[in-house]
Design a protein around this ligand. Structure first.
Ligand code: HAM
Length: 432
């Protein structure tokens, strides 16, 4: 019998685990320096939490089950509903605004393909309690900050910004009945990922006629603030939407002030698949890519209320590790992540093994990453092992002296054992 991992899941052998840790550590560091605090929630919740307001796409992708007590539960496909539930439970005692982040493991029963798995990690950044678009701008800043930190520049990635209310106004103006909005939004969400012919077919299937499809195209092809403002002024149907146009213009100014406008662009084709978004929405893509977005988010001012709490403004995004890793590899941004070995300790003469163990014990107690070989073999072979493990230096120990060899420069220094132990990393090059 042969056991294999379930399709769409990943085993993390140490090499891939190092990359995963590097990504999550970068996310955590960037979150903290931008003023966000970490939270987490259970990996499974009551099924209803995810079916109430996330939309049917997510509902269809749930791993759900009934426990022995007959409760209907589901593994979390996203953490936003759990966040809303947690905030609602402590709404009166939490100082606002809430600026929280999380790094959950999520599961969606998707058809596995490039950039899409059934289990993945997703960095979440959310701000609760701020109505101003400055909170949306700050979330975008945090996303860009992380991408920049990982080496991705404005030529590599772009944040495409759209607006749910403007899209809805356009659908209304085109005569699309409100009860089909959710279904139509699902089709619009797919437009950037499929051909125009496929889009036309899907749109026809959900009941749109040629005129309506044309109206959608005209609106979605607007590509800058000036064109959007002009369209809004000219179209009488957008007369009630001036505040949403103003919001986008204001957001744009704030992105310029934050110094990240070169990472951003207006794109009215972005509507987002999840049902709960109410305002500005955005997705982050590799430039020129139609691969799944690396991140997506926006404003969801009604979700807390829909889940039984008060009406409180909220905004945020999720960034997935799977697409991010593909992007980092394509742009050669994956760093060389070696094992952190500072000193590889070698027995330099017969009978010196007890000195090796004593030295390793002392070094580790002092916080130095020290390694040694289980096999008693010649110094040359152990030096090769030190090199293979990426050690900064090798310490060849004898009864009372030691030769320290810097593995980067090859330089050797002979030191007394007690002097070496007092300052074991003295004069060595940085970690390789
Ligand atoms: P989402 O667009 O469903 O949003 O997911 C955000 C990101 O998670 C995607 O852009 C993608 O990189 C990654 N992702 C999603 N599904 C998969 C999958 N099956 N395999 C690999 N990666 C995936 C949300 O989840 C919202 N809750 C984000 C949010 C937070 N909005 C406000 N706050």
């Amino acid at each position: 019998m042969k056991f294999i991992p379930v399709k769409g899941t990943r085993d993390f052998y140490p090499e891939s685990m190092r990359l995963r840790n590097w990504i999550t550590e970068t996310w955590r560091r960037v979150s903290l320096r931008n003023g966000f605090e970490e939270y987490d929630a259970p990996i499974f919740e009551y099924l209803d939490l995810f079916t109430v307001k996330s939309g049917h796409e997510i509902a269809e992708q749930l791993f759900s089950f009934t426990d022995r007590g007959g409760r209907n539960l589901a593994i979390r496909p996203e953490i936003t509903p759990s966040l809303a539930r947690m905030i609602n439970a402590k709404i009166n005692s939490l100082p606002r605004p809430v600026k929280w982040f999380s790094l959950p493991r999520l599961c969606r029963a998707e058809n596995p393909q490039k950039g899409r798995l059934r289990e993945f990690f997703q960095w979440n950044i959310d701000i609760i309690g701020v109505e101003s678009e400055l909170a949306d701008a700050e979330c975008i800043l945090v996303a860009v900050d992380a991408l920049r930190e990982m080496g991705l520049g404005a030529d590599d990635v772009e944040v495409r910004i759209g607006s749910r209310p403007l899209t809805m106004a356009m659908l209304k103006a085109a005569g699309v009945p409100p009860e089909s909005f959710e279904e139509v939004l699902g089709v619009l969400d797919n437009r950037p990922k499929i051909s125009e012919k496929e889009f036309q077919d899907l749109a026809t299937k959900v009941g749109l006629d040629g005129k309506q499809i044309d109206a959608i195209r005209v609106f979605q092809d607007v590509s800058d603030i000036e064109a959007l403002e002009a369209l809004a002024k000219g179209e009488k149907h957008f007369s009630g939407c001036q505040k949403d146009v103003d919001r986008i213009s204001m957001l744009w100014r704030q992105l310029e002030d934050f110094g990240i406008a070169d990472y951003c662009g207006l794109d009215m084709r972005v509507v987002r698949g999840l049902a709960y978004y109410t305002g500005i929405v955005y997705e982050v893509f590799g430039r020129g890519e139609s691969l799944r977005a690396v991140a997506g988010g926006g404003r969801y001012d009604n979700l807390l209320e829909l889940l039984g709490g008060p009406k409180i403004a909220a905004t945020g995004f999720g960034m997935g590790d799977v697409v991010l890793e593909i992007l980092l590899r394509e742009k050669s941004c994956v760093p060389d992540l070696g094992r952190p070995v500072d000193l590889f300790v070698i027995d330099g003469e017969d009978g010196a093994m007890p000195v090796v163990t004593a030295v390793v014990g002392r070094l580790r107690a002092a916080g130095v990453a020290a390694e040694f070989s289980y096999k008693r073999q010649g110094v040359g072979k152990q030096l090769k092992e030190a090199n293979r493990q990426g050690a900064r230096a090798a310490a060849i120990v004898r009864a009372d002296n030691v030769t320290v060899k810097d593995m980067a420069t090859g330089r050797q220094q002979d030191r007394r054992l007690d002097e070496f132990l007092a300052d074991p990393l003295a004069g060595l090059s940085d970690r390789r």
